[in-house]
Design a binder for this molecule. Structure first.
Ligand SMILES: NC(=O)c1ccc[n+]([C@@H]2O[C@H](COP(=O)([O-])OP(=O)(O)OC[C@H]3O[C@@H](n4cnc5c(N)ncnc54)[C@H](OP(=O)(O)O)[C@@H]3O)[C@@H](O)[C@H]2O)c1
Length: 250
């Protein structure tokens, strides 16, 4: 039986991925800070599912959980999905919250990969996946630390994709556009090309299966964002400061 560990698997994209892999007969480990969310959202396949209550910014706890989960049947796939977004978008950054975001969105990915590699390198196989965002392609107004952490994740995984090939370990970066989850539920701006979470999970799992280096979706929105990212920055500033695009109003 193949085994996947998903960080931030109690709600949203991580939860949908966990349910998808369970339905495909995988052993699944999920972590999150809230046992309650886990209990509320998972009622079936419980014999193949293990929950670890922890904060991904705690390196020691995460390492212990991934090692414990992998004891019985190894680890084929690690999805570093846990992340937080901004509840309020502001022009003056909330620095305390931004530091927390770096710990969760960036260090959380690094800690997950570190723990998974301790199992995957000796076993000579595996796949690491990190959840970036299309918000990582450009420095978006009002969400500076979010854009920064997601850009950092993209570059971190791009390097590892090259480095870990020799160990037979694939690395995949996922860059979703807007997905309907608790994270986006508080957004007050428009969310073009919004994707339902179960559909996002299917698309992500397909990209993982194909061992893509980077997968951004939905296609049209991701293509627009990627095109904007290669424009001269003066052009980017011109576009993003237009009223329709600039949702940093506070
Ligand atoms: N939704 C989107 O439009 C979108 C777009 C691009 C990228 N993403 C990325 O996709 C990932 C999942 O987002 P989502 O939309 O599914 O959000 P979500 O529904 O809020 O889910 C986030 C998950 O991460 C967990 N989590 C948050 N902080 C944690 C921490 N410190 N330690 C352990 N677990 C933690 C949450 O569980 P607990 O609350 O139980 O801790 C939850 O299971 C994030 O990395 C996000 O940045 C989302």
């Amino acid at each position: 039986m193949r085994a996947v560990f998903i960080t931030g698997g109690t709600t949203g994209i991580g939860m949908e991925l966990a349910k998808l892999y369970l339905s495909r007969g995988w052993r699944v480990g999920v972590c999150g800070r809230s046992r309650q969310k886990f209990d509320d959202n998972f009622t079936t396949h419980l014999d193949h599912l293990t929950f670890y209550g922890l904060d991904v910014s705690n390196r020691k706890d995460l390492k212990a959980a991934i090692a414990d989960f992998s004891k019985s049947s190894g680890l084929d796939l690690l999805i570093a999905n846990a992340g937080i977004g901004y509840i309020h978008k502001t022009k003056v950054p909330d620095f305390e919250y931004s530091y927390k975001m770096v710990e969760i969105n960036l260090f959380g990915v690094m800690y997950s990969f570190e723990a998974a590699l301790e199992i995957m390198i000796p076993s000579g196989k595996g796949q690491l996946v990190a959840m970036s965002s299309i918000a990582g392609y450009n420095g978006l107004p009002g969400v500076s630390a979010y854009s920064a952490t997601k850009a950092a994740v993209q570059k971190y995984t791009e390097s590892l994709h090259l480095d870990l090939k020799q160990f037979n370990i694939a690395v995949t970066t996922i860059c979703p556009g807007f997905v309907e989850t608790p994270l986006t539920a508080t957004n007050r701006h428009s969310m073009p090309f919004l994707v339902k979470a179960p559909k996002a999970a299917v698309l992500i799992a397909r990209a993982i299966e194909k061992k893509k280096m980077i997968y951004a979706f939905p296609f049209i929105f991701a293509s627009i964002v990627r095109f904007i990212s290669i424009l001269p920055r003066t052009w980017y500033r011109f576009i993003i400061t237009k009223k329709a695009f600039n949702y940093s109003k506070e």
